[in-house]
Design a protein around this ligand. Structure first.
Ligand code: SAH
Length: 276
């Protein structure tokens, strides 16, 4: 580190300072060939793996079944203070991430990744994007990896999106202060679909959003809790009847809670369409 490299503002952790140097940007884990990889461009690399380091995704991460590469946007910042943002053209509140800085970070990230976006999506987390869903998670899980750009402040100079033809994806119709939480949610949903991560493929097939229906309710021991018994059929051991009950209640819940999903489901399963 050179003398004029700025000290991190609040917390002087060595790990954070080290990531200011591009050569050391690469991940905590070794680069494993052929392993599904999430590359994250962020001003807050210390926020990763975050919750992805826990439970199933965390175990799979430490076993090298997927990997995470953190790219610290600050490393590409301009001047003594490594500036990454500037005031919005045309005026207005807040700051906008500079295209030249982000461009350098994206070029660094994309180096060595397949040029075909189907094999390696390049994504900007954005409330203006298409809503993330299970189908997107499935699509990304079939790629070799994904590069995610986490915005901050008022967002990213639009020319970057245009220049690289970046896919904008939203976690939902609300505004977060940054893309990091959205990135973690989307990586979680994607990584658990990798065949080597969640051993039990059956549990993926049946769960909410994978077959067009919300999942049936789940119960476990004790058989009675605070006066509430588990539905009798689930205790019957009769697999056919259990499957029937689960299907029926999944349909009922979907119909009540998500008329939009139910309409699509009914259209694809004519027997379910309302009788005239
Ligand atoms: N001014 C922008 C919001 C900026 S919020 C607008 O009105 O559209 C700051 C950053 O948080 C964004 O650049 C984006 O990366 C992230 N972000 C905010 N809401 C998000 C959402 N719903 N989904 C994904 N990312 C989001």
């Amino acid at each position: 580190m050179t003398d004029d490299t700025p000290k991190p503002k609040s917390h002087g952790r060595l790990a954070v300072r080290q990531t200011l140097r591009p050569r050391e940007l690469m991940t905590d884990t070794p680069d494993l060939a052929g392993v599904w990889t999430a590359k994250i461009i962020t001003l807050f690399p210390e926020a990763f793996p975050g919750v992805l380091g826990e439970s199933l995704t965390g175990k799979a991460l430490s076993e090298g079944k997927w990997q995470l590469e953190k790219i610290h946007l600050r490393a590409f910042g301009i001047g003594k203070h490594r500036n990454v943002d500037d005031t919005p053209a045309g005026g207005g509140a807040g700051m906008v991430l500079r295209p030249d800085v982000m461009g350098e970070a994206i070029d660094f990230a994309q180096d060595g990744t397949p040029p075909n976006r189907a094999d390696w999506p390049l994504v900007y987390l954005s409330p203006r994007g298409k809503r993330f869903d299970q189908a997107t998670a499935q699509r990304w899980s079939k790629a070799q990896g994904v590069t995610m750009i986490c915005g901050r402040f008022e967002g990213l100079d639009d020319r970057v999106l245009y220049h690289y033809g970046i896919e904008e994806v939203s976690l939902g119709d609300f505004v977060l202060t940054g893309g990091e939480i959205a990135a973690q949610a989307m990586i979680d949903a994607t990584v658990r679909l990798l065949p080597e991560v969640l051993g039990n493929a059956e549990s993926i097939e049946e769960e909410s959003h994978s077959n067009g229906l919300l999942e049936h309710p789940q119960f476990t021991k004790p058989a009675e809790w605070r006066g509430l018994p588990i539905p009798e059929v689930l205790m019957s051991g009769h697999h056919g009847k259990i499957a029937q009950w689960r299907q029926k209640i999944a349909e009922k819940i979907t119909k009540e809670r998500r008329p939009d999903m139910w309409a699509d489901y009914a259209a694809q399963n004519p027997a379910k369409s309302p009788k005239k």
